[in-house]
Design a binder for this molecule. Structure first.
Ligand SMILES: [Zn+2]
Length: 355
């Protein structure tokens, strides 16, 4: 339940805002469990809309690398669209940001967290892929951080002006949906910021003595799915190739679960293995092999169930109802995503022998 705030209590917000701005980020290896929505007390003014969320900043131990964690579940008014993770790396020559969150207001709050840590300019923003929950925050960087270069894998260009559902979601239709579901944080002034720079398969770059690697692992859940490895520190930002603690989103004609599984194998075989993994959704992990488990097991489970049905010409409805979903049904996003996922995989498995 959201609480309405009387105007005369506004000064309390300002006070709380000042206090919270002074609080330090937590230096931890991994937060205990999932972050809980506590939307009840603090109202944070942004140039876009007031936010009632506390965006807590976490720091990777022994590294100038920070991240914020979205709530589990699908974007709605309760979580203000804060369902994905994002992070940044501070160097002597600027800040490298990975993903920009799901509304301009959230992007602005991420920028505020960055400013609490460093005055360095934003050197670039890298997008794991182009889906609403990761990119709408770019607008805040464009308007309040000197419009830094925005990097994504080249298939992300298809998101803007692309064909219908070209990126697993129709950009215009998604924006219209979010203007309703996430108003006032997404409104008529919200716009999509396109990538200014792209890479193809793999790209190394260096900022302030820190070496980064970007690697395309898609199309997995979206065409441009890519990861960022911060080599000096062994920290992996996996984007949505890894979902933790919730049912992954696969309900898209662009989802390619076969390639997705190959991408997970690639991550499991990274040598040396990353010491810290920040997924696109869910809690971070100190083990890649542990981090990929939910996503890989779920994909395999749905592929097995729907693949057998498709092979035996069992209609989807019948196959879906006959499948024992008990291992996943209590997971966040199950109700919103599982049936659509299963149907997509069913179609994918039907088509697979002809590919
Ligand atoms: Zn996502």
């Amino acid at each position: 339940m959201r609480k309405k705030h009387a105007p005369e209590t506004s000064f309390i917000f300002v006070l709380l805002l000042t206090l919270s701005a002074c609080s330090k980020s937590s230096e931890i290896d991994a937060p205990a469990g999932d972050v809980a929505a506590d939307a009840s007390i603090i109202g944070v003014a942004t140039p876009y809309a007031e936010s009632k969320l506390e965006m807590k900043l976490f720091k990777v131990k022994d590294a100038p690398i920070y991240y914020v964690l979205g709530f589990s579940g699908v974007p709605d008014a309760e979580n203000e669209g804060h369902t994905s993770n994002a992070g940044f790396v501070v160097t002597d020559a600027g800040v490298v940001v990975f993903d920009a969150l799901g509304t301009p207001a959230l992007g602005y709050q991420l920028l505020q967290r960055i400013r609490e840590v460093t005055d360095q300019p934003i050197e670039r923003v890298i997008l794991s892929h182009y889906h609403a929950d990761h990119i709408y925050g770019l607008q805040a960087f464009e308007e309040h951080a000197d419009n830094p270069p925005v990097w994504a894998q080249e298939l992300a260009l298809g998101y803007v002006g692309g064909s219908t559902a070209s990126q697993g979601e129709d950009a215009e239709r998604r924006l219209a949906q979010r203007r309703e579901a996430l108003f006032p944080w997404v409104d008529e002034n919200t716009h999509i910021v396109s990538p200014s720079n792209t890479f193809e398969d793999e790209m190394d770059f260096e900022v302030g003595g820190v070496t980064f690697m970007l690697k395309h692992l898609g199309p997995a859940h979206a065409p441009a799915d890519s990861i960022m490895l911060v080599k000096n520190y062994g920290v992996l930002f996996s984007g949505d190739v890894i979902y933790k603690g919730r049912v992954p989103f696969m309900d898209s004609p662009e989802t390619d679960t076969k390639r997705w599984l190959r991408g997970l194998d690639y991550l499991a075989e990274l040598n040396p293995p990353p010491r810290f993994v920040i997924p696109g959704h869910g809690a971070p992990s100190q083990s890649v092999k542990e981090a990929i488990t939910t996503t890989r097991d779920y994909i395999n489970f749905v592929r097995d169930a729907m693949g057998t049905a498709a092979k035996n010409l069992v209609p989807f409805e019948e196959a879906y109802n006959a499948t024992d979903w008990s291992a996943y049904q209590d997971m966040p996003a199950f109700d919103g995503s599982n049936r659509g996922n299963a149907y997509r995989i069913f179609l994918e498995m039907e088509a697979e022998p002809f590919k």
